[in-house]
Design a protein. Structure first.
Length: 406
């Protein structure tokens, strides 16, 4: 009988966990993990585990998880096809047959059936009675969620950069995503003059479309109505200010962003009937002082676009603009979020690498930067959907001087 048929040993053999060179102590946890790694790396062990009833469910689940990693790009392209064809909107009116959907999506019936079968397997679509198809649990939210569909469409630029992830890691030339975000490879001091209205239009519209993913989390996490005036730093086209205006009707509104972006925000705010209530300011938070007068400031998905030294510049500028009793709310997806670790370190880690700068940070890392910038109390607020964003609340340190912090 061969080793595969007999199965592996029931525990780590004695003397089978050599300590690393130069190590003085290796914990039993590390010894067990080293033994486990050697076993799982063995094809004979995996075959045995798949046949042994107690370990069979684990072996099958691990094999499926690994295959999902291999096939992930195909899954995302199936989703992109559904979005571009408007499949979810077609099904929002009720279940339909493949033949009807084929005509409406301008596909052959075999192509429509192939897409529908793929969508069913990904829980985007469900099979219904009479050979019809309806919305699935993962497809239904996309009917009325333009923020997500905008990001799905946008991922074409990211995927172009990820065709060669090793070249991306080695920094071998700027990619499509760096060109999409025009400020990514621009000298901070020259940003306001370098970016015209035409250059900011595309990315500014995407930021506005995708901001609802974070807006609700922030507004539900903190009662903004207790303040008198809000300054949204890097506020884009004013999407958050418009939502804040509805949540707190008496709140004064201020927005600071690049001149071309601030001009677009002024138009959007005026169209929303907020021209007399909201003020917009154009400039660069790397070279210009922020406007004073607000007792609440927000940074929404701003910090993770920049390296630490630039984040400190931004935070110090906010600290100088706030009164002693002011509050800063910093909201963005954060690394190390329980249950969303892959989002922080894998997705945003590589997205920001392709963009050219910035990185996902944990709440602890952002807290350290806030305190270095002159903030004292820093607290992580409760978030309903931490995968989309977490919110840090920070208050200026008593007697702190942000400009003098080293």
């Amino acid at each position: 009988m061969d080793a595969a048929a007999r199965g592996p040993a029931t525990g780590p053999p004695r003397g089978d966990s050599p300590e690393p060179a130069g190590a003085t102590h290796v914990s039993w946890t590390d010894r067990w993990r080293a033994w486990r790694d050697r076993r799982v790396a063995s094809r004979a062990f995996r075959r045995w585990a798949a046949a042994f009833p107690p370990t069979r469910p684990i072996a099958r689940r691990r094999a499926a998880e690994l295959f999902d990693l291999v096939a992930g790009f195909v899954y995302s392209q199936v989703l992109l096809a559904c979005v571009r064809l408007g499949l979810f909107e077609q099904l929002a009116g009720g279940p339909q047959t493949a033949a009807v959907l084929a005509r409406r999506l301008a596909l052959t019936e075999p192509a429509a059936e192939r897409l529908l079968a793929a969508a069913v397997s990904l829980r985007l679509v469900e099979r219904r009675g009479g050979g019809r198809y309806g919305l699935g649990p993962l497809g239904a939210p996309l009917v009325d969620e333009p923020a997500i569909t905008a990001m799905i469409e946008h991922h074409a630029a990211l995927y172009a950069d990820l065709r060669d992830p090793v070249a991306l890691l080695r920094g071998e030339g700027p990619g499509a995503l760096a060109a999409y975000w025009p400020y990514a490879d621009t000298d901070p001091a020259a940003v306001p003059a370098a970016l015209s209205a035409e250059r900011v239009a595309t990315y500014s519209a995407l930021m506005s479309a995708s901001q609802p993913l974070v807006i609700d989390e922030l507004l539900d996490a903190y009662p903004i109505e207790r303040h008198t005036c809000l300054l949204d730093v890097g506020g884009g086209e004013g999407r958050f200010l418009r939502a804040a205006a509805q949540r707190a009707p008496a709140l004064g509104l201020m927005l600071f962003d690049l001149p071309a972006v601030a001009a677009r925000a002024a138009e959007q705010l005026a169209a929303a009937g907020l021209a007399g209530r909201a003020r917009t300011f154009g400039g660069s938070f790397f070279g210009d002082e922020l406007p004073r007068g607000a007792d609440l400031a927000t940074l929404i998905r701003v910090c993770f676009d920049h390296p630490d030294e630039r984040v400190l510049v931004i935070l110090r500028a906010v600290r100088r603009a706030l009164p002693a009793d002011g509050v800063l709310l910093l909201a963005e997806p954060m690394a190390g979020t329980p249950g969303a670790e892959a989002m922080g370190d894998a997705y945003f880690g590589f997205y920001l690498l392709a963009m050219g700068r910035g990185r996902p940070r944990s709440a602890a890392e952002l807290t350290a930067l806030l305190r270095a910038a002159g903030f004292g109390e820093v607290r992580l607020l409760r978030s309903r959907m931490p995968l989309q964003a977490q919110v840090l609340m920070a208050r200026p340190a008593l007697g702190g001087d942000a400009g003098a912090v080293g």
